[in-house]
Structure formats: C-alpha cells, structure tokens
Ligand binder design. Structure first.
Ligand code: ZN
Length: 275
C-alpha cells in the first residue's frame, strides 16, 4: 500500500477560531491522510518551517480574519525560500470570490470556500499531489536564448560575421507567425525571431519593447512535466500543453510574471524515431 499523503493544516494570522480548521483536519484524516495541525496564530515562516520539517506534500491554509491576501502568498513565498516550492498549497475559509484569481496567481493552487465538501478537497489533494511527487527536477540547462528582431536578414551579420557563430537552422513556424534562425554559440543556441504578421506575439513584443531578448529556453526531459510542475507551484502558464516549436523541439511557455519579466520556455528534443 502507498504511504498516506501527509498534509499540514495551518492557521496563519491572528484570528482565534479554529473550529473550521479542526473539522477539515479530521475530515482529511477520515479520508486516509496523515494530518498535522499547527494550532492557532502561526506566522507564514513558522508554517513553512513545519511543512519542511514534517515533509508534507500539501499545506492547507485556513483564514477567517480577512488577512488571507497577505498571509496565504507569504506562506508560498516562505516555502519557496526554503526550496519547498513544489509543496501543494491550498486555502479555505471565508474568502470572497473576487480574491480567488489573485490568490491563485500568487501560488495558492486552489481555494475551497465554505460549503465545499471535504471529500472533494481530498480528491483534489490526491490528484495534484500524486502528479507533483513523481515529477523529476528540471535540469535547467539553457538550450537557447530567443531574440526578437525586425528582420533576420538585417540583423544576422552581427552574429555570423562579427561573432563568427554558425547559422545552423532556419525555419518558418506558421502557427506562431514567425520565421526563426538558430545560431550555435557553444553548447547553447541563439534563436532570432522575426514576426511574419501582426498576429505574431513577437510583433506585439517588438511594438511594446523593441528588438531584444524575448525568452530563455531551458532544456527539459519532458515539457509536459515541466509545465505541470510550474502549474503546481502556482506559476501562470501560457501553454497548458506542450506544442511543436522550431528546430525539432516540443515547447511550452510560462508567463513572464513567473520569472521576473523574462518569458520562460521549456523545450524537449523530439526523438527522431519516436512512435
Ligand atoms: Zn525558443
């Protein structure tokens, strides 16, 4: 039999009512989970410390005080600061509908409002924890750096003639309305991206920011898993599923808000004889 899922139920902040949290803790125990309860009035950092120490797979936060908009994201930050950003964080309590999108953006995977069933919550935890726990860490090797240009023909000389980088691949990607050129710089590539129409995201980028660095692409074993891992950690995705990119790769993008304004791409070489 598999080990039971370990969950930390925590009440950040100052409110002194924990009946709801206790009901959830007991309900999740009845669902076969191992539940640790922190007790009242914990700081986000205390909660993160216990979560790491107890090696939980999920943290369930409860708040009735109205301070959830500060406290919930602070718990996520504290977990990430301890290298535990892959712990699933969910929240519950008295939380207005309009707060939910922002909480999700800041890394709370799901919010359960009063009236949600504990069984539904347990199912959610089972599904998402199971996915997260089998995901291997990413390698993080930079595969290529994408650079937006108005015209590849007009900008390539700097790379080929001045830097002496070989042009290894050119391609048109109709789905993205771009033409790309790959130049080899040691073990990494540069990808020049030229928009072919106004419909291209690169055209929008050029209009807003001018030519320049457009994205960093990390090589991963599985784009699907990398996207799932990012989603579980609360980062906003631009691609829910891997799709075909240039240079024989599967790709997927994470929103630049996740990574300090720089668009992140995951890419995976498509095996030549796959399937
Ligand atoms: Zn790219």
């Amino acid at each position: 039999m598999a080990n039971p899922i370990r969950v930390l139920v925590a009440k950040p902040g100052l409110d002194g009512h924990d009946r709801g949290a206790l009901v959830v803790a007991q309900g999740l125990r009845d669902e076969g989970m191992e539940v640790i309860y922190t007790g009242l009035r914990q700081t986000p950092d205390q909660i993160a410390a216990v979560a790491v120490q107890e090696d939980v797979a999920c943290v369930g936060l409860s708040s009735l005080s109205g301070a959830h908009m500060d406290l919930f994201p602070e718990v996520v930050q504290a977990l990430r600061a301890r290298g535990a950003g892959d712990i699933l964080v969910i929240g519950g309590g008295v939380i207005p509908e309009q707060d939910i999108p922002l909480l999700k953006q800041s890394g709370i995977a799901e919010i359960f409002t009063p009236g949600s069933s504990i069984h539904g919550m347990a199912e959610y935890i089972r599904q998402h924890v199971a996915k997260a726990s089998v995901l291997p860490p990413l390698t993080g090797r930079i595969d290529h750096i994408g650079i937006a240009v108005d015209s590849i023909a007009k900008s390539i000389a700097f790379y080929t003639e001045h830097l002496g980088l070989p042009l290894v691949h050119e391609e048109t990607i109709p789905d993205d309305h771009v033409k790309v050129a790959f130049l080899q710089a040691g073990e990494t590539f540069l990808e020049l991206l030229e928009p072919l129409s106004e419909a291209s995201a690169v055209a929008t980028f050029l209009k807003k920011r001018g030519p320049g660095m457009h994205h960093i692409a990390y090589e991963v074993d599985s784009v699907e898993e990398a996207l799932l891992r990012a989603q579980n950690a609360g980062y906003r995705l631009l691609d829910e599923k891997p799709r075909r990119g240039g240079h024989g790769k599967l790709i997927g993008f994470v929103h630049p808000a996740a990574s300090n304004g720089v668009l992140t791409e995951y890419c995976q070489r498509i095996k030549e004889h796959a399937q």
